[in-house]
Design a protein around this ligand. Structure first.
Ligand code: TRP
Length: 332
């Protein structure tokens, strides 16, 4: 069987990825490296659609790369690269903008949500064209599968529509990618507001477990997590969202099933349980954080690794772009 081409991207928009990013997506990225031809992209150009702080952006791109490697994305097993290092992304992005309809772009719920937040007048044009650049990210690599969270389903659908439209009109050019929507068990909620997804954009950071946080900080966050009425450690998403979330986290990191954990903590109360969750989280993240910090100490080496990744990526991307230009009638 030939290997599947897998591609995904993540924005370097925070100093640290959080446990929701890891369990919701990045852990699957790591798993998908085996048996597949995986391309993982730090989408720095997409990050320009928000507020731009140059010093912070640079730091976050490097920190994201270091964290991805520390989490288990191997630059040997997969192609790990930074979007802006491969100019073909912008080049195909423009073509996708010329294929997409204004109306269909205007229906993207992520654009509507994000632009509504700051007021539609202040939203950048780049935020509007974001999904077309994302389509280019995917189609350049002839990806079979795109592992993403549920919130990206609509962008993947658009990518498929654009690819089909292009192929139909201009001849076979792009592989039609499948979304590989990451399923349940992976959904982690905010520790303070356990009915909201764990997310950096949500109110405070107190409910967000960060990979680069100190063990002490994460322990504190878990110990002050919102709990629910009652004192039984049982899984009940509606009635006990806080405890259920902690059970999900423990189970995902320790590998124990939720029902085994319910038995283990029967009659023990929330305090003991939180202590155990904190230990599991902290011990899981400790070596990851340590390795990421180590990688960040040798910036030149880290950048070299990313350049090597970009060279591998460009080899694939440039072939797709050339074929695209040719099929469009551009003179090569
Ligand atoms: N839009 C994606 C997100 O916010 C990030 C992304 C950009 C992406 N390009 C991609 C994901 C290509 C998958 C494939 O999560």
């Amino acid at each position: 069987m030939t290997q599947k081409r897998v591609l995904s991207g993540i924005q370097p928009t925070s100093d640290s990825f959080h446990l929701g990013n890891y369990l919701g997506a990045l852990k699957q990225w790591v798993d998908l490296q085996s048996g597949n031809d995986a391309f993982y992209c730090i989408v720095d150009l997409h990050a320009l659609t928000g507020d731009i702080d140059p010093a912070l952006l640079r730091k976050r791109i490097l920190s994201s790369a270091a964290q991805l490697i520390a989490l288990g994305i191997s630059p040997e097993k997969s192609t790990l690269f930074v979007q802006s290092h491969v100019a073909e992304h912008n080049q195909l992005g423009w073509i996708m903008e010329c294929i997409a309809g204004f109306g269909e772009a205007n229906r993207m719920t992520q654009f509507k949500d994000k632009s509504a937040k700051g007021g539609a007048d202040t939203a950048r044009v780049g935020l509007f064209t974001y999904p077309m650049l994302q389509a280019a990210d995917i189609l350049l690599y002839q990806a079979d599968q795109v592992p993403v969270g549920e919130d990206q389903r609509q962008h993947i659908e658009l990518t498929r529509d654009l690819a089909i439209r292009f192929n139909t009109k201009f001849g076979d050019t792009f592989k039609i990618p499948e979304g590989y929507i990451l399923k349940s068990g992976s959904k982690i909620y905010d520790l303070q507001e356990p009915t909201n997804k764990m997310s950096k954009s949500a109110g405070s950071v107190a409910g967000v477990l960060e990979i680069m946080d100190t063990p002490e900080a994460n322990t504190k966050k878990i110990k002050s997590a919102t709990t629910d009425a009652g004192r039984e450690v049982t899984f009940d998403e509606k009635g006990k969202p806080g405890i259920s979330n902690l059970l999900t986290i423990h189970s995902a990191l320790s590998g124990k099933s939720v029902s085994d954990l319910e038995n283990e903590f029967a009659g023990k109360g929330y305090g003991d349980f939180k202590g155990a969750v904190a230990e599991v989280v902290v011990e899981y993240l400790r070596p990851i954080r340590t390795q990421a910090l180590k990688l960040l100490q040798d910036e030149a080496h880290l950048i070299k690794v990313l350049h090597d990744g970009a060279d591998k990526a460009r080899a694939v991307a440039s072939a797709t772009l050339a074929q695209t230009y040719k099929n469009l009638g551009l003179v090569l």
